[in-house]
Design a protein around this ligand. Structure first.
Ligand code: GLC
Length: 540
């Protein structure tokens, strides 16, 4: 069995279910059409009932919103759209009373071009913050210093007429990249970490954490070849020098040391958007000295297919260094929601995907709306707000569909904002899925999610037990967790009989509300699974 007994001293987050709140779309208390902190506080009861252990809040800081909060103008304050620092402190306290911790989103790769550091930096080549950013003279041909391209399309450099130098931006020109070779940047971020951690913030999700350090010599990236992944071919180059540099690990070790000075240690959850699992696991360092958790994008990008997903899990489990712990997610604010991407809107597939996420060995991260099987919203060209959608429409609609607001009930705008207000993005028809209706309906996706989380909380096997894949027919993913718990996931559209490792098991929880209740005995040692059905069995 892999991973058995590898966590010497479990911390709270090992067994946790995290929940990503995209705050602008969660709940609007002041009727301006944008979600806010008081709106989130009003719905803490939903999150406590659901059973999540912590929230990761998308960036809360002041921002001109060129990239909807990921262009930060002040790391130690709250955007007026969301409320005040007092509101955030009240949220931390109130959530804490309900047993829910708060993680914030740290954006260390770049700031807004309106951040005072950048305003100072661009004011003169002699400015105090000049070296906070990556400035370089034009290349030999008078153009950009090298061939790096922006992740959001176009060149990675913008010329600053005043000084005649270019500044680097791996994203929008309004998001200049910080220079992580600068001691001043490193020191400033130590202070930002402490600012929030001293206020009781339980950790950070770290934005584009694999990219923060760039090649000191700013060498050209080599061209992509036809053997490279699609994205690299699209950009025409391999990101050899502007991503995934060895020195990023020094920064992570530095942050881990600061984290370890807190009780409990503050969690470092990295957005490690890398193609290979070998690279991914490098972000755990020795296993105990870099990130606590590194998001697994090969898993997110795999289809809802037993072979594809279980292969990613098997390889990840095999590669993780001693002491490291996996984390699984299916949706976030940058990718199509799991109910659309994995499940094509089919409630049975949504259920089995959620059961999978919540029963694998590792921390589980749900995105707001996953718990009701919320699908991507429909966005028309004139509704586009995401700069990436605006740039690539109609070839790529961008990320607005997965950012549409939470439907809380059947009232206008799904109760997200006042009836008279205009939500910042349109709310998907709340009659399709909303929290209140699903709460009232026994057997709904929401009630199932609540039951699975409760079962996970009751089961030491599901919380910390090892993972072992068991033999099963094609299309079925069967795995053991810990001593005596087996998870059977039929990721196919046909009914399947699955041989359990033994007889005498009982149902813990499952996706089909019609199946016998929790505690019911499983007759014999064969489990008959309906199409896209998942069941957890104990005692085998
Ligand atoms: C991360 C964020 C994404 C943002 C980008 C640039 O990938 O998740 O929303 O646009 O970083 O900050």
């Amino acid at each position: 069995m892999t991973g058995a007994g590898r966590v010497a001293s479990p911390e709270w987050w090992h067994s946790a279910v995290l929940y990503q709140v995209y705050i602008r779309s969660f709940a609007d208390a002041d009727g301006d059409g944008h979600g806010d902190l008081p709106g989130l506080r009003r719905h803490l009861d939903h999150l406590a009932w659901l059973g999540v252990d912590a929230l990761w809040l998308s960036p809360v800081g002041p921002s001109p919103n060129a990239d909807w909060g990921y262009d930060v103008a002040d790391y130690c304050a709250v955007h007026p759209d969301y409320g005040t620092l007092d509101d955030l402190e009240a949220l931390i306290a109130e959530a804490g009373q309900l047993g829910i911790r708060i993680l914030l989103d740290l954006v260390p790769n770049h700031t807004s071009d309106k951040h005072p550091w950048f305003e100072d930096s661009r004011s003169s080549t002699l400015a105090a913050h000049r070296d906070f950013y990556v400035w370089a003279d034009p290349g030999a041909d008078g153009g950009p210093p090298n061939n790096w391209v922006s992740t959001f399309g176009g060149p990675g450099w913008t010329l600053d007429d005043a000084s005649g130098q270019y500044y680097l931006h791996n994203f929008l020109p309004e998001q200049p990249d910080l220079n992580w070779w600068s001691q001043g940047v490193r020191d400033a971020f130590d202070e930002i970490l402490r600012f929030w951690w001293d206020r009781g913030v339980a950790g950070f999700r770290i934005d584009v954490c694999h990219m923060i350090v760039k090649d000191a010599q700013l060498r050209d990236n080599p061209p992509a070849t036809e053997d490279d992944p699609f994205v690299m071919q699209m950009f025409g180059q391999r990101p050899v020098y502007n991503s995934n540099q060895p020195e990023v690990h020094d920064v992570l070790r530095r942050w881990r040391t600061i984290s370890s000075g807190y009780d409990p240690p503050r969690v470092l959850l990295g957005e490690t958007m890398v193609e290979s699992l070998d690279t991914l696991v490098s972000y755990y360092g020795s296993g105990t000295d870099e990130l606590h958790l590194a998001f697994n994008f090969p898993f997110v990008e795999a289809p809802l297919d037993a072979q594809a997903l279980s292969n990613v899990v098997a390889r990840t489990e095999a590669l993780l260094p001693e002491g490291a712990w996996p984390v699984w997610t299916g949706s976030n604010h940058d990718v199509s929601r799991l109910a659309t991407r994995w499940a094509e809107g089919d409630p049975a597939r949504v259920r089995v995907a959620l059961l999978m996420l919540l029963t694998l060995r590792g921390t589980a991260v749900l995105y707001q709306g996953d718990e009701i099987g919320l699908v991507d919203g429909d966005i028309t060209e004139d509704e586009l707000l995401d700069p990436v959608g605006k740039r690539f429409w109609p070839y790529y609609v961008g990320r607005d569909p997965e950012r549409t607001p939470m439907p809380w009930d059947r009232s206008p705008h799904g109760g997200f904002t006042d009836a008279a207000a205009t939500p910042w993005l349109p709310v998907t028809d709340p009659r399709v899925a909303n929290v209140a209706d699903q709460r009232a309906e026994s057997g709904s996706v929401l009630n199932m999610t609540h039951e699975v989380i409760a079962a996970r909380r009751r089961s030491p096997d599901l919380q910390l037990g090892g993972y072992e894949r068991l033999a099963a027919p094609d299309g079925v993913w069967l795995f053991r967790r810990g001593e005596a718990t087996v998870v059977a996931l039929n990721l196919s559209g046909t009914a399947q009989d699955v041989a359990l490792p033994g007889a005498g098991g009982t149902v813990v929880v499952g996706t089909d509300p019609a199946r016998a209740a929790p505690g019911a005995p499983v007759p014999g040692d064969t489990l008959g699974l309906g199409a896209w059905e998942g069941v957890v069995v104990a005692g085998v």
